[in-house]
Design a protein around this ligand. Structure first.
Ligand SMILES: *Cc1c(COP(=O)(O)O)cnc(C)c1O
Length: 380
């Protein structure tokens, strides 16, 4: 049985060119980028080249890129680096845990609600500002429902106010156009493994002049902003992934949009009582997230997995907790319907016949599960 991977929002396979570029930096070119000898200088040159590649992808200057261990560290760095104990922080109810959890350590935090499509209202954000507000952190696109937030508008609201504006762009960088100046952000998180780079590498964009405390203390790497010996192979891989994203983005998205729309239409046509989660237009080209009424997300996931199809759910068990996803609750689902969400995320290697296969298998699974469900009215 051919396995079909439709969980590209969770992680992506490294691009073959990424892998090839990284390889020598594990062996022949193993130098420490801080060493003064030729081995070190070779590694340092590779790191600086990657810094340029990553900067080019987001319209930044190379010196504004700090390499980190990934999206989680970048988000933690952004929050802890920008605020003091008594600072007021504004964030949203649908942020990734890597933003929400560090924010929880502070006393003065406003968590903005979102509408039924998952959108933050820039006007509500404006009303939430106080003279103590130091940091606003709103994600560029949500990882579960794929909604793209009005970052540019929020940037305009915050312009000239001296408030640090952070966006978690882990789901968008390398996927859709991201330009730090157009968006008007001061800090931006990105992660390699979400766009065909390696795992365990990411970056935080820090706009020149933004006051930030260092997060990891130790050596003087990354201009004293992030200590620890550089992950040279990871950084090289991230750079190549960035370059490939610039080159292939348009082509990738043309295909993704077609396949995404085909999957949405097919699900709507073949399964009654489904709701598309997220915004109908302002959504990631890779994302299809639906709530299937009267069925549990993890039952669907496990049944799809038995057919070789890998997806994700905002339901309980899959995430290792008993609570349904905070994103599902924030967009207005009841705890019951929140448990029925299923996420398909498409990518580079997704083919039309993969989608055809899902559209053949998935309605049958739903029908079977509904026939067994005490929640289904009469079954269908
Ligand atoms: C995956 C993800 C993260 C975490 O990134 P890691 O590199 O896996 O630590 C943070 N935010 C969003 C929106 C994500 O999708």
């Amino acid at each position: 049985m051919k396995r079909i991977y439709l969980d590209y929002a969770a992680t992506t396979p490294a691009h073959p060119e990424v892998l090839a570029a990284m390889q020598p930096y594990f062996s022949q070119r193993f130098g420490n980028a801080s060493s003064m000898h030729s081995f070190g200088q070779e590694a340092k040159a590779a790191v600086e080249r990657a810094r340029e590649q990553v900067a080019a992808l987001i319209g930044a200057r190379p010196e504004e890129i700090v390499f980190t261990s990934g999206g989680t560290e970048s988000n933690n760095f952004a929050v802890h680096g920008a605020v003091k104990a008594d600072s007021h922080i504004i964030t949203s109810a649908i942020e990734h845990h890597a933003v929400l959890e560090p924010c929880k350590l502070y006393k003065n935090v406003t968590i903005l609600p979102v509408d039924k499509h998952g959108l933050v209202d820039p006007d509500e954000l404006r009303k939430a500002l106080t003279d103590k507000t130091v940091l606003v952190s709103i994600m560029h696109a949500n990882n579960e429902i794929g909604t793209i937030e009005p970052i540019e508008e929020i940037g305009k609201v915050l312009k000239g106010k001296g408030i640090v504006f952070h966006t978690d762009a882990v789901q968008t960088v390398g996927g859709i156009e991201v330009d730090v100046n157009k968006l008007g952000v001061d800090l931006l998180s990105l992660s390699g493994h979400k766009f065909y780079g390696p795992k365990g590498i990411g970056a935080l964009y820090i706009r020149k002049g933004t006051k930030m405390k260092s997060f990891l203390l130790g050596g003087g790497q990354e201009r004293h902003r992030r200590a620890s010996t550089e992950n040279v192979p990871g950084i090289v891989g991230l750079g190549v992934a960035a370059e490939l994203a610039i080159k292939e983005m348009e082509m990738r998205n043309e295909k993704l949009l077609k396949l995404r729309n085909k999957l949405i239409e097919g699900i709507k046509k073949n399964i009654p009582d489904v709701i598309l989660n997220g915004h109908p237009e302002k959504r990631l080209p890779k994302n299809v997230d639906v709530t299937v009424k009267y069925v549990e997300g993890e039952s669907m996931l496990l049944n799809l997995d038995m057919q070789g199809i890998a997806v994700s759910t905002g339901s309980a068990c899959s995430s290792g907790s008993l609570e349904p996803s905070h994103v599902m609750i924030a967009i207005g689902h009841s705890p019951e319907t929140a448990h029925g969400s299923i996420r398909f995320t498409l990518g580079r290697l997704t083919a039309t016949n993969d989608i055809d296969r899902v559209l053949d298998v998935f309605p049958k699974i739903v029908k079977k599960l509904r026939a067994m469900s005490p929640l289904a009215k009469g079954g269908d």
